[in-house]
Design a protein around this ligand. Structure first.
Ligand code: HEC
Ligand code: HEC
Ligand code: HEC
Ligand code: HEC
Ligand code: HEC
Ligand code: HEC
Ligand code: HEC
Ligand code: HEC
Ligand code: HEC
Ligand code: HEC
Ligand code: HEC
Ligand code: HEC
Length: 282
């Protein structure tokens, strides 16, 4: 109570000082320039990082009056911010910790719904392609607003040769199990998990060794091509009818024409074969 009385007289003193300096004005009141005389932190905060709260409004646009005359001088954000889904969230000050520095935003690692007031494509992907990432909160990964983490912050690479930049060749953060890759993905990237296919192919003498894994296994992980997607009808109809499986003579795609491994009885086709065609783009 003593404090309030003191304040009241201090404010009256201040007011009369202002009054003395500007005798033309009939009534006097506190201006935003006066606040700093008693409050150091708020003006300093606004000066440093007030942004629009410094440039577009004054102290008194938010603080209307002053104790003891007016005791309710803390504004609600909604007085000025309305009309967007984001402004309907509760607890503005939970993230915008300091109203005098509105863009210094801090939040915990369990936030999802408030993010959706501004970002929607990511949640759509997380739902459409369920994975363990779909169960994480947005801010578990984006712990500072606008920060994009590296995958390797939380995961090991598949091989020592992979760097943090390689993950995006095959994965997208919001649909990590939907592995889709570009047509120039180096075979070494696949070799991290398919060592056998890689070593068979690179050791083979047949022309398939010049192809990238992804030239045949196009675009999406686990896609397996048919020989005839690229080679059409390579041999005479009679042969094709009698030996419907290419593998009966040619063996597997990664180790083609390893005649020793192929069945000994396999006869040569009676007619000259057609040239192999360029791989079809899907
Ligand atoms: C003469 C010194 C003085 C001046 C000038 C002054 N204040 Fe204060 N202010 C105080 C004191 C002392 C308190 C604490 C009052 C209380 O707790 O009842 C206070 C409290 C406040 C509060 C907190 C109110 C609350 O409900 O917690 C705000 C906001 C505030 N002042 C804003 C301002 C603004 C804005 C200005 C400039 C327009 C200003 N003050 C000018 C001394 C001053
Ligand atoms: C965008 C509106 C807004 C503006 C502009 C603003 N304030 Fe505040 N101020 C608030 C809110 C909201 C609170 C209550 C914060 C809380 O509850 O944590 C507050 C709290 C205060 C307080 C009491 C708590 C503290 O930080 O000491 C003072 C004093 C204060 N403001 C002074 C000022 C002064 C001086 C200015 C101008 C330099 C100013 N404010 C500009 C919204 C504003
Ligand atoms: C007296 C009116 C008023 C109040 C109360 C107010 N603001 Fe603002 N705020 C503004 C204005 C005006 C702008 C600038 C808007 C614009 O340019 O469209 C702004 C801008 C902002 C910005 C963007 C700042 C920037 O520079 O990009 C944030 C964040 C913000 N306000 C948060 C808040 C929060 C949180 C509260 C409650 C603690 C609050 N505001 C209370 C008037 C207010
Ligand atoms: C979960 C944290 C969180 C909460 C709660 C929150 N905000 Fe925000 N707010 C943000 C983030 C993050 C931004 C984006 C900042 C940027 O653009 O860099 C933002 C931006 C803003 C902006 C500036 C951009 C714009 O779209 O206008 C305003 C104004 C704002 N918030 C007001 C509010 C108000 C009012 C509330 C309460 C009703 C609130 N915020 C609650 C996190 C939050
Ligand atoms: C008020 C609207 C708003 C809210 C709420 C908000 N953001 Fe943002 N966010 C933005 C804006 C605006 C940008 C800047 C966009 C740009 O630079 O293209 C941004 C940028 C980002 C970026 C960086 C994008 C990039 O391309 O580098 C990420 C990541 C992000 N936000 C995540 C989040 C997360 C997670 C949340 C919840 C904790 C959140 N945001 C809440 C408006 C918001
Ligand atoms: C597992 C960690 C993780 C989670 C959970 C996560 N993100 Fe991301 N986010 C990332 C990474 C990493 C990127 C960088 C782009 C990439 O690699 O695909 C990113 C990129 C972004 C971007 C930039 C634009 C874009 O789409 O590439 C925004 C905005 C964003 N995330 C928002 C969100 C929101 C909102 C949520 C929650 C609904 C969320 N993120 C959940 C890791 C995550
Ligand atoms: C902030 C940590 C974090 C970041 C960053 C992150 N992840 Fe994850 N990721 C996790 C967690 C936690 C799991 C679940 C692990 C578990 O339960 O075993 C997970 C699981 C996965 C899974 C398995 C999904 C499933 O449903 O089986 C894949 C794939 C994955 N992450 C890839 C990535 C890729 C690629 C990136 C970068 C774009 C990335 N992650 C970024 C934390 C993260
Ligand atoms: C050449 C494509 C490719 C690249 C590049 C790649 N991944 Fe993967 N990753 C996969 C495939 C395919 C799977 C799924 C295997 C399955 O179905 O079990 C996978 C699975 C995962 C998983 C799930 C757990 C596991 O080990 O099976 C995590 C985590 C993961 N990758 C993280 C990463 C990270 C981190 C990077 C970058 C350093 C990366 N990946 C680069 C193709 C790739
Ligand atoms: C993270 C390890 C990982 C990486 C990297 C990876 N794969 Fe796989 N791949 C797997 C697993 C696990 C399986 C499932 C094996 C099974 O079911 O026996 C698989 C299966 C396959 C299959 C067989 C599908 C079937 O129906 O039998 C093909 C083809 C394949 N991967 C091609 C690739 C290609 C091409 C790449 C490089 C772009 C690649 N993989 C990268 C882990 C990986
Ligand atoms: C994505 C397209 C594609 C697929 C699928 C494919 N090939 Fe090929 N194949 C080629 C190309 C390209 C060549 C090299 C042609 C050249 O250089 O003249 C080739 C060459 C060959 C050759 C000649 C080898 C040599 O060294 O002279 C044979 C035999 C062959 N393929 C059989 C097969 C069989 C059997 C399959 C299925 C197991 C198959 N191919 C699947 C594209 C493909
Ligand atoms: C010329 C096309 C072609 C190329 C190049 C190719 N594959 Fe295959 N792959 C096939 C075909 C066709 C099959 C189905 C089995 C068969 O007929 O040989 C197959 C089967 C597979 C399988 C499943 C069966 C197994 O062997 O485990 C995996 C995994 C695989 N390939 C991975 C790879 C990887 C990794 C590379 C690159 C090092 C690669 N492939 C290069 C055509 C190809
Ligand atoms: C009855 C055994 C047999 C069958 C079945 C067979 N081939 Fe052949 N193919 C051969 C022989 C032998 C050659 C000639 C090898 C050589 O010239 O080195 C050949 C050659 C080829 C060539 C190479 C043509 C060139 O110009 O170099 C291709 C491509 C080919 N076969 C694809 C296929 C495909 C695709 C199938 C399944 C639809 C298939 N073959 C089924 C025995 C067979």
């Amino acid at each position: 109570m003593k404090k309030i009385a003191l304040l009241a007289s201090a404010l009256i003193l201040l007011a009369s000082a202002v009054f003395a300096a500007e005798p033309a004005k009939p009534a006097v009141s506190l201006t935003s320039a006066d606040c700093v005389k008693c409050h150091a932190k708020a003006p300093a905060d606004i000066e440093a990082k007030g942004r629009a709260h410094k440039t577009k409004i004054t102290c008194q646009d938010c603080h209307n009056g002053h104790p003891p005359t007016n005791r309710k001088i803390i504004p609600l954000c909604g007085q000025c911010h309305e009309g967007k889904a984001h402004y309907k969230l509760g607890g503005c000050l939970q993230c915008h910790k300091n109203p005098h520095q509105p863009k210094e935003i801090v939040f915990g690692r369990d936030v999802t719904d408030p993010c959706l007031t501004c970002h929607t494509p990511q949640i759509a992907q997380l739902k459409q392609f369920p994975s363990k990432h779909s169960k994480l909160a947005c801010s578990f990964c984006h712990d500072v607003h606008g920060k994009v983490p590296q995958c390797t912050q939380c995961h090991k690479a598949h091989s020592a040769e992979q760097g943090p930049g390689d993950c995006k060749k095959c994965h997208k953060a919001h649909q990590p199990k939907n592995v889709v890759y570009a047509a120039d993905t180096p075979s070494k990237q696949c070799a991290a998990c398919h060592a056998k296919a890689f070593s068979l192919l690179t050791a083979s003498k047949a022309k398939h060794k010049t192809l990238l894994c992804v030239t045949c296994h196009q675009e999406k992980h686990k896609m397996v091509p048919k020989c005839q997607d690229c080679h059409g009808i390579p041999h005479a109809a009679g042969i094709m009818a009698k030996f419907p499986k290419c593998a009966d003579c040619h063996g597997i795609a990664h180790d083609l024409n390893n005649w020793k491994a192929a069945p000994a009885a396999a006869p040569a086709p009676a007619e000259p074969v057609k040239k192999a065609v360029a791989p079809k783009k899907k």
